[in-house]
Design a protein around this ligand. Structure first.
Ligand SMILES: Cc1ncc(COP(=O)(O)O)c(C=O)c1O
Length: 450
């Protein structure tokens, strides 16, 4: 490794960081993480903290999961790469598809299409949704509906259904035919409705209204996260996703569940769709599918949709889509080992228990610190604190506030993520009660420093 001074001096000299202004990286040098173990990361200065970000919602099993490391090493020796485009396959992708089929069986999802990450998975589902309608003889169904505040990655398709201007404006014009409805976000919404159940109904009415306005026969799919993540952790009322599903079915619109964060236990249920008792037409997965150790994803496809493609006699079902790394054998080997560990450790149960503990802790912090306007959670290890300048007006916090809380929390033992006015918590699903206390204590110190 280059020496410490070289790394600190050169960090942003020759590299641009995602989701950051290049000048900001030069002005505010990031923590340089050089090692990790268990649920802790260590920086170049030897400072070790609990990783309350869980990598980026993806290191669900922590940093020391030996079976996955072993599986990756063994696969590199056996077959480091081969394509699964027409005419070739490999043993690991076949085995993995069977495992995924069993895992997602309760969600009604029985086929896998492999990708290299979350944005790829979203792009794949959006494309296959349009093709499905073309195969069925409804080529006019080309539009997409989604939620404001939703996050669906950064490809042009994903950015077009994204519900946050930060990921859109600089890259416009985006895909035509993408329309957004209000998110079921009780703290701020255009209906001024704080009751989650009533708000869910209002948002569902807005969806019906938009479908009537656009014309159901022009819409291919509705895409949503079962619990909105990057937009600030917004768990909808339990009636919302089932309501969306019913409206989609009634109108012949496919439902795409973006489970890039929620699949594999994060919400306390094995999938976000299962949390709400919904069976989507597509489910986008990535991130925790390999515990982040290898870039990989899978779009899971409902049996009914699969049948339309597989039984096609029109010649319209050839899939003209795929990535060089779709079905990478090393990724598939990593995913097989990850899935086995995920199930063996029943991480969904710990996610539920530790999520409840953190949610109670965040509520206590809100009672203590006036900079906290709202805390959200209640569904496993996806939680957020929304900071405000003034609770009565819900004004934005002073610019220095999120940065100060994050810095002091880091010095006090926990890495937390700041996104706009929100502090987002998405720790590994294997954190202990003690680790959760460390996170809460560090945040307490962060807010006390304001
Ligand atoms: C719900 C959701 N969809 C898609 C993505 C994009 O995934 P990736 O960054 O792997 O492309 C993310 C990333 O955070 C996500 O949270």
């Amino acid at each position: 490794m280059k020496d410490e001074n070289f790394l600190k001096a050169n960090n942003a000299r020759s590299l641009w960081h995602p989701m950051t202004a290049p000048a900001d990286s030069l002005k505010n040098p990031p923590a340089i993480i050089t090692s990790a173990s268990g649920v802790r990361i260590k920086d170049i200065d030897g400072h070790e903290v609990v990783d309350a970000v869980g990598g980026l919602w993806n290191v669900n099993l922590g940093y020391s999961c030996q079976p996955i490391k072993d599986a990756i090493a063994a696969q590199l020796d056996a077959l480091p790469y081969y394509s699964i485009f027409r005419g070739t396959s490999n043993d690991k992708v076949i085995e993995l598809a069977e495992e995924l089929r069993a895992f997602f069986e309760p969600d009604g999802l029985t086929r896998a299409f492999y990708t290299s990450g979350g944005s790829d998975s979203v792009e794949t589902a959006l494309r296959l949704a349009r093709q499905y309608h073309k195969i069925k003889g409804e080529p006019g169904r080309i539009k997409y509906l989604s939620l404001k505040k939703g996050y669906h990655g950064t490809h042009f398709g994903g950015a077009s259904v994204n519900g946050n201007a930060n990921f859109r404006t600089a890259y416009e014009p985006l895909l035509p035919g993408c329309h957004h409805i209000p998110a079921p976000y009780p703290y701020r919404n255009p209906f001024n409705e704080t009751d989650p159940a009533k708000l869910a109904q209002l948002c569902l009415q807005a969806l019906e209204d938009e479908i009537a306005f656009q014309g159901a026969g022009t819409i291919a799919a509705f895409i949503m996260e079962p619990v909105l993540g990057a937009g600030g952790v917004i768990p909808p009322h339990e009636s919302f996703m089932p309501g969306v599903s019913a409206i989609c079915r009634k109108n012949g619109i496919l439902l795409i569940a973006d489970e890039v964060i929620t699949a594999f236990g994060r919400t306390g249920a094995w999938t976000g769709s299962r949390l709400w008792g919904v069976q989507p037409d597509f489910s986008c997965t990535a991130k925790a599918i390999t515990n982040a150790y290898f870039p990989f994803g899978a779009v899971m496809i409902a049996e009914g949709v699969a049948q339309v493609f597989e039984k096609d006699e029109t010649g319209r079902a050839a899939i003209g889509h795929g990535y060089t790394y779709s079905g990478h054998p090393v990724g598939a080997a990593a995913a097989l080992a990850t899935l086995a560990e995920t199930k063996r450790l029943r991480v969904n149960e710990n996610a539920a228990a530790r999520g409840a503990q953190l949610f109670e802790g965040l509520k206590a912090l809100k009672a203590k610190h006036s900079a906290i306007g709202d805390v959200r959670g209640g569904h496993g290890l996806m939680l957020a604190i929304e900071m405000v300048g003034d609770r009565a007006t819900k004004s934005a916090p002073d610019k220095a506030v999120p940065a100060t809380v994050q810095k002091v929390a880091y010095e006090s033992g926990a890495m937390v993520r700041v996104s706009g006015p929100n502090i987002i918590l998405s720790p590994p699903l294997v954190i202990t009660e003690g680790d959760a206390e460390v996170i809460l204590g560090a945040l307490d110190k962060g807010f006390a420093a304001l």
